[in-house]
Design a protein around this ligand. Structure first.
Ligand code: BES
Ligand code: MN
Ligand code: ZN
Length: 501
């Protein structure tokens, strides 16, 4: 898709449809007033009559009858301006583009969202690019429901901002790549296939890559990952990509320089193992690698941009299956870190593979850890689909993560770590148990992983709810695969590179 910034007045851009943002309870302002005048008051009439209200995701195509260069107007709602954070603004543009594609508009014009902050260009572009996402169909001979968007023409955003557009397009496309991976069925996107995707990224940018297979995992003592993999015929992998951004930027070698590890849960299918899931909640588990998708899509962009920071992506990937060799509830396993873990519930597998993944990141020099995982159903109970549920052991690092989330329009909400809760991680027989807490599930799932951070600044994003909105009534959060965490990871690397001393 081509995206162009132009200085022309909205009435003068030749497009299939000119999109006009409308917030509830606001008068037309700025360029919209001139446009309305050119159209003989058409917009104000539709607003005055209440036919168009400006509610978020409200979309209305209107003929222009040759009064302006655009063949159609497409009014679209932003909801109340006070409610409009980066995530809602992206969502409004996501739905705008989907509607425009349904009407068959392939060139659309966009005006600046008037009462908004300077971040709006980026949010508008990212939202529109995400709106071009279409799940790849596996239906034979099916016709696409929507057309493709070929060109986006942006006016009123000011001059000299082409680079911002490029960055936003990149981030939007990366998010879509993560969404596509999430959507891929478990028999297509196996642990081997995920490793293949990682090696394509490495090749593209000349990144260092290491893919551990079963024998290397045994040699390294990654028994938590191996234990989860025991029921599967697919070989598990620990994937590690390394972007040496400091060196690329010509920075002097410094043993104290930060190394950010983005660690993703890559369960390509989660049956629950012997602690088997119920069928209705199982088919969704093809997307139990959303954390892996986010960190891989992110490092692809981080490397492409040559972000001047050392960043690694670590993905622990396997299936969690049943079979004669599968691990049993009650098994005790020695982690790569040396801690013993009692596996009370084989369905709490995410924290197991992530524990070994954190150890792997630390062994390879990580100084800051961010893990992303579809970890608990409890995240949905605690916060719902509107944000990733987080925990962190470090306020300073958390502030960076939160700022990255804000800039990326990729919501996070931090839950507390209470020292008192640590007793709930204790096992009668081993150092830790992986489940059976019965309460505070999202916090305790995170706290389990945090036990393997060895005191390094660490944050955990439980994206179980945010990466796939299953609530049909909640339309302002992307439904289906969302690529949650992708843009946040890119932004965090950018922020850390900028704040690095
Ligand atoms: N992958 C699931 C969590 C999940 C649930 C992701 C719903 C997406 C949507 C995870 O492996 C899991 O099964 N978690 C258990 C943990 C419990 C056994 C402590 C859960 O949440 O029930
Ligand atoms: Mn599970
Ligand atoms: Zn899982």
């Amino acid at each position: 898709m081509k995206i162009n910034l132009v200085a022309a007045a909205p009435a003068d851009i030749t497009v299939d449809a000119l999109a006009v943002p409308i917030a509830t309870g606001q008068r037309l302002s700025g360029a919209a007033v001139d446009l309305d005048r050119a159209l003989g008051g058409l917009i104000s009439e539709l607003l005055g009559s209440g036919e168009f209200k400006g509610r978020i995701h409200e979309v209305m195509p209107v003929p222009t009858n040759g009064r302006i260069a655009a063949r159609r107007l497409i009014l679209y709602g932003l909801g109340a301006i006070n409610d409009l954070d980066g995530q809602r603004l992206r969502s409004a543009h996501h739905e705008l583009v989907r509607a425009a594609r349904t009407y068959g508009y392939s060139r659309i014009g966009l005006m600046r969202v008037d009462p908004l902050s300077t971040d709006s260009l980026r949010a508008v572009v990212e939202g529109c690019v995400m709106g071009t996402f279409e799940r790849r169909s596996r239906q034979t001979g099916s016709q696409p429901e929507r057309g493709e968007l070929d060109e986006l023409i942006l006016t009123g955003f000011g001059q000299g901002r082409d680079h911002e557009v490029v960055l936003a397009q990149e981030a939007g496309e990366a998010t879509n790549r993560a969404r596509e991976w999430q959507n891929a069925p478990g028999n297509e996107l196996t642990p081997d296939a995920l490793a293949q995707e990682a090696s394509k990224i490495a090749k593209r940018h000349g990144l260092e890559i290491e893919v551990l297979g079963p024998s290397e995992l045994r040699a390294g003592g990654y028994n938590l990952l191996l234990g989860v993999a025991a029921g599967s015929t697919q070989p598990p992998h620990m994937i590690r990509l390394r972007h040496r951004g400091r060196e690329l930027a010509g920075k002097a070698a410094d043993a104290n320089a930060p190394v950010l590890a983005l660690v993703g849960k890559g369960i390509t299918f989660d049956t629950g193992g012997i602690s088997l899931k119920e069928p209705p909640s199982m088919s969704q588990m093809k997307a139990d690698m959303a954390g892996a998708a986010a960190v891989l899509a992110a490092i692809d962009v981080i490397a492409a941009r040559k972000v001047p920071l050392d960043v690694m992506a670590v993905v622990a990937t396997t299936e969690n299956m049943v079979g004669p060799a599968a691990q049993r509830p009650g098994d005790v396993v020695v982690s790569a870190d040396g801690k013993t873990v009692e596996i009370l519930n084989t369905d709490a597998e995410g924290r197991l593979v992530l524990a070994d993944a954190l150890t792997h990141a630390l062994r390879n020099g990580a100084t800051h850890l961010l893990d992303l995982a579809t970890l608990t159903g409890a995240a949905t109970i605690a916060i719902g689909h509107g944000a990733s549920a987080a925990v962190s052991n470090n306020d300073e690092f958390w502030l960076l993560v939160e700022e990255a989330a804000r800039r990326a329009g990729d919501r996070v909400w931090r839950l507390p770590i209470f020292a008192d809760y640590r007793v709930l991680l204790r096992s009668q027989i081993a150092d830790l148990r992986n489940s059976e807490y019965g309460e505070a599930g999202a916090i305790l799932g995170g706290m389990f992983i945090g036990e393997f951070a060895r005191g390094k600044p660490w944050a955990h994003l439980d994206i179980a709810a945010s990466s796939w909105n299953t609530n049909a009534e909640l339309t302002t959060v992307l439904r289906g695969p969302s690529g949650a965490g992708t843009r946040l990871c890119i932004e965090l690397a950018e922020l850390m590179a900028r704040t690095e001393r």
